[in-house]
Design a protein around this ligand. Structure first.
Ligand code: A2P
Length: 270
């Protein structure tokens, strides 16, 4: 006798070989930015600072984009920080997600913004613009970052003050965290600037490096390859300019295979 045919018409066709995770929370910061958290598959391992391919079923088809994982590798859940692009193939849909919804994730994380890609140093700069703060949200919450460096400086530049909020919340979370607070001590510094609004600190990070204001504000000497290490995440133009400034100071770019004095990764958007 034949088994009765199964009716799977109502089950969304999740592609084979990817994780299908459940959204646990969503927070909207501005009309351009939001963050969300979702369940983490038990078998999913990553290094703080890496990115994964995140997707949604759009109609019949999955649409994926690269997203830095904003949560640290020890976290039970996964967190992401995203831009909302009105006509973006993924973000126009992703910005609508609610707790309980399903988000897809490809199985293999990757990336160069990892501590292993840097040679030992004393001061770590994490240069970010916009959603480029995401991989640093992960590294900032990883105790290993503070075991490897005496001083960790997060720079975050956005167009408007409201866009800095995710970073302020994070730094506060780290400083008050039950376990992290002790490891972090006073090693973490946050240098937040805006470019299109009045604010205490204004200007592109590249200009603030060039004119020396960033060093003066932080009370640190100019870049020194013997001491300073850098990680950069932002738009292509920002990466190119910041990279050139580090290279001018004698720092050499590294990778997973060949650790160096700084590493870069594009903040992926659309
Ligand atoms: P600006 O307002 O002068 O363009 P976006 O939201 O477009 O990704 O930009 C995020 C931040 O990055 C903005 O403050 C923007 O400044 C800044 N930015 C844009 N291009 C560069 C660049 N080439 N170097 C440094 N910062 C940049």
């Amino acid at each position: 006798m034949n088994a009765p045919a199964k009716t799977e018409d109502f089950v969304p066709a999740i592609p084979a070989g990817v994780f299908a995770e459940t959204v646990t929370s969503v927070r909207h910061y501005t009309d351009r930015l939001f963050s969300f958290r979702m369940t983490r598959p038990e078998s999913f391992r990553f290094r703080s600072g890496e990115f994964a391919m995140i997707g949604l079923m759009v109609g019949e088809k999955p649409v994926y984009r690269a997203y830095s994982i904003a949560s640290p590798s020890w976290d039970e859940e996964l967190e992401f920080f995203s831009i909302k692009v009105p006509d973006g193939p993924l973000t126009s849909h992703l910005q609508q997600i609610q707790p309980g919804d399903t988000v897809l994730m490809r199985k293999k994380p990757t990336g160069t913004l990892v501590l292993d890609a840097l040679t030992p140093g004393r001061r770590l700069y994490m240069f970010s613009t916009g959603t480029g703060i995401a991989p640093f949200a992960s590294l900032m919450r990883d105790p290993e970052t503070y075991e490897k460096f005496d001083e960790v400086i997060l720079t975050h530049t956005c167009r408007e003050v409201a866009e800095l909020q995710y970073g302020f919340d994070l730094v506060e979370e780290v400083r008050n965290h039950e376990f992290l607070a002790e490891v972090v001590g006073n090693k973490l510094r946050h240098y937040a600037t805006v470019t299109r609004e009045d604010y205490a600190q204004q200007g592109r990070i590249t200009d603030l490096i060039r004119n020396g204001k960033m060093f003066a504000d932080l009370g640190v000497p100019h870049f020194d390859p013997a001491v300073d290490r850098g990680m950069i995440c932002g738009s292509s133009a920002m990466l190119k300019e910041t990279k050139a400034l580090l290279e001018e100071a004698g720092l050499v770019e590294g990778s997973n295979n060949k650790p160096g004095e700084f590493v870069i990764e594009r903040a992926f958007v659309d």
